[in-house]
Write a protein that binds this ligand. Structure first.
Ligand code: GLY
Length: 431
């Protein structure tokens, strides 16, 4: 069978790698891919969803899997389905669950799903008055898509007013900031929880710990993710049951029954686990409509079941018959990003702020064969040299029987990579 993966980052490299391992897959195409992906799949220069569907039709693609949220929100699933092409991902209406933080929080409240206290504003002055009245710290979230950077975590009222200014007035995330969701900041442990769903049945995946802040000890700005590991130490069988029964199932059944939305594909719940009376309580911080990046890089290597079989079950609506098998060993992902470096016109602060691109990368060939190396932002030059093209550049994924072993291997291997400005967090897997 021929598979098309949509995407060009580290997650999408991991998805393409997983499909390559399937005995049922003859050829993997990726639109539009990157330097590293071009080593394992055929990269296709299709940038718009119309170009992608034309390619899939012409090439007679049997299965398309969508990595990032943007094409999903733009309606790629509706477009492929209208041409009779099998595709995995939620349709445009279902994608609102990620592309509007405000509408989703309102929907979750109506469905009785646990969420932090929140309020929605489209007027900056009203938002400012609101945070001045509160006696707890908040997170200010841009309503629309902001590449994982649109949630500003605040400690004081001044921080919150600054966040409102940046998002709503300065529009640092563009039109995504025309509305904000201001919610109570919860303290606990974050967990990225994933399910496959055909819209009726749900199958939980293993969970991952993501590290969103740019600097060690969870300091610095929010990023798309600086590293991850799986299994998650807090995710017991009983916690899975709690999350499924209080969040995932009421959500998928609720959106179908109350709003007429059939949600199919991957459901990603960004949860905060808070402890109350000795019990862990999951509360929904955000919903994403896809696999996480870098969570996919640690989850997919643990999946022993053929991803094609799972996709087929989603499309046929018989996911109930599937029980995925997972490798219990740890996977840990460390991301090398474009950090602070000097450019012609002064200093670049580095990801998630401005960073330099086009920087040659060394050491790729010396990474241990037992590790996986997924590329997030690279290009392969005609002379065989890889150069940087993004903020997140490379992901090293190690395997260990313990978290400590996985961490030691990943950090050891990261030492072998170099490029001007290379930066990575030193505390991934520590807590
Ligand atoms: N790692 C966070 C995300 O994929 O949204």
């Amino acid at each position: 069978m021929k598979v098309l993966v949509i995407g060009s980052g580290g997650r999408d490299h991991a998805i393409a790698w997983k499909f390559r391992k399937s005995p049922r897959v003859r050829q993997v195409f990726v639109a539009h891919g990157n330097g590293g992906i071009s080593r394992i799949a055929t990269c296709v220069n299709a940038k718009t969803i119309e170009e992608m569907v034309d390619f899939a039709e012409k090439e007679k693609i049997d299965l398309t899997f969508v990595g990032p949220e943007k094409p999903l929100s733009a309606g790629i699933v509706d477009l492929f389905e209208s041409r009779g092409l099998p595709i995995i991902g939620p349709n445009r209406r279902a994608s609102r669950l990620e592309s509007s933080k405000c509408d989703t929080k309102i929907m979750l409240r109506e469905l009785g799903i646990p969420i932090p206290e929140f309020a929605v504003f489209s007027d900056p002055e009203e938002a400012r008055s609101h945070v001045r009245r509160l006696d707890y710290p908040v997170v200010v979230k841009a309503d629309g898509l902001a590449a994982g950077k649109g949630s500003l975590v605040c400690s004081t009222t001044e921080d919150a007013e600054r966040a409102i200014q940046e998002i709503m007035v300065d529009r640092v995330f563009g039109d995504a900031g025309s509305r904000v969701d201001i919610e109570k900041r919860l303290f606990g442990r974050e967990l990225s929880f994933f399910c496959f769903t055909d819209g009726y049945s749900l199958v939980p995946m293993v969970a991952a710990q993501d590290y969103k802040r740019a600097r060690d000890n969870d300091e610095g700005k929010n990023t798309g993710g600086m590293g991850a590991y799986s299994p998650h130490p807090w995710l017991t069988k009983s916690l899975v049951e709690v999350i499924m029964s209080r969040v995932a199932e009421p959500l998928i059944h609720g959106v179908r029954e109350k709003y007429g939305i059939l949600y199919q594909g991957i459901l990603y719940l960004g949860l905060m686990l808070t402890e109350e009376a000795g019990e862990l309580n999951p509360q929904v911080l955000e919903i994403n409509i896809r696999l996480g990046d870098p969570e996919a890089q640690v989850i997919l290597p643990r999946l022993e079941t053929d991803l094609v079989d799972i996709c087929e079950a989603i499309l046929l609506g018989n996911l109930n018959d599937v029980t995925p098998v997972w490798d219990p060993a740890y996977r840990l992902c460390l991301i090398a990003v474009s950090g602070p470096t000097k450019g012609k016109k002064g200093w670049y602060k580095g990801y998630p702020d401005r960073y330099k691109i086009g920087v040659p990368i060394q050491g790729l060939e010396s990474i241990d064969q037992d590790c996986l190396l997924f590329h997030s932002g690279t290009e392969l030059c005609p002379d065989g040299q890889f150069i940087t093209t993004g903020g997140r550049v490379l992901c090293i994924v190690s395997r260990g029987d313990t978290l400590v072993e996985a961490r030691e291997i990943a950090f050891r291997e990261m030492e072998k990579l170099s490029f001007d400005g290379l930066y990575y967090r030193k505390d991934i897997g520590m807590a």
